[in-house]
Write a protein that binds this ligand. Structure first.
Ligand SMILES: CC(C)(COP(=O)(O)OP(=O)(O)OC[C@H]1O[C@@H](n2cnc3c(N)ncnc32)[C@H](O)[C@@H]1OP(=O)(O)O)[C@@H](O)C(=O)NCCC(=O)NCCS
Length: 162
């Protein structure tokens, strides 16, 4: 299992695997209102354990789906989306009780370090629904810039390595 260290002791990213599906599903259900308050993550909340088990067990050339573990406890997820390597999409969410402490920023920074150095990624893109100010702030902290504005969301971009 691939494990990525972060800049913070006790915070690490671990590749998600089929056996993590039940724990992940439980975390999503506990955070259903938090995840869907801007209309996003409807499919994630509707998905059952089996769907996550299948997804996490899918063979991938390189690990791209990681659980965020804080002192050994699963508190969120970060993903690289290999739509057009070496260009990647980015996804991230954090359990509500773990927010407000820089955990997501640190986790995403570690994922992007991995994307740049181990996957030789050149660009990363993220789409943020209008009004998701916490997500806007996270990307701005990491130096992302807005490159396009659509009806429902803005597209952010950062070159790699960070
Ligand atoms: C988007 C999301 C991950 C942001 O979470 P977050 O907790 O605001 O982000 P971080 O964990 O990086 O924490 C940042 C906060 O910790 C503070 N902080 C403390 N120490 C910090 C540090 N070392 N580094 C960065 N921020 C730090 C920041 O000031 C900020 O606080 P503020 O919101 O009061 O300004 C979270 O709101 C979420 O999961 N939302 C639902 C899913 C979602 O929208 N995902 C993104 C889709 S594009």
């Amino acid at each position: 299992m691939k494990v990525l260290a972060t800049a913070v002791a006790g915070l690490e990213l671990r590749e998600l695997r089929g056996e993590d599906a039940a724990q992940y599903h439980e975390l999503v259900q506990r955070n259903a209102a938090h995840l869907t308050k801007l209309g996003d993550y409807q499919d994630e909340v509707a998905a059952g354990v089996e769907e996550f088990a299948e997804l996490f067990a899918e063979p991938v050339e390189v690990p791209v789906r990681f659980g965020v573990y804080l002192d050994g406890e699963l508190v969120g997820r970060v993903d690289l989306v290999p739509v057009d390597p070496p260009k990647y999409g980015l996804g991230y969410w954090l359990s509500e009780e773990a927010t407000g402490r820089g955990v997501a920023t640190t986790a995403v920074a570690a994922l992007l370090e991995y994307a740049g150095t181990e996957l030789h990624g050149t660009d990363v893109f993220a789409g943020v629904t209008h009004g998701n100010v916490r997500s806007d702030a996270l990307l701005e902290r990491l130096g992302f810039e807005v490159v396009a504005t659509f009806d429902n969301y803005r597209r952010f971009h950062h070159t790699l390595p960070l």
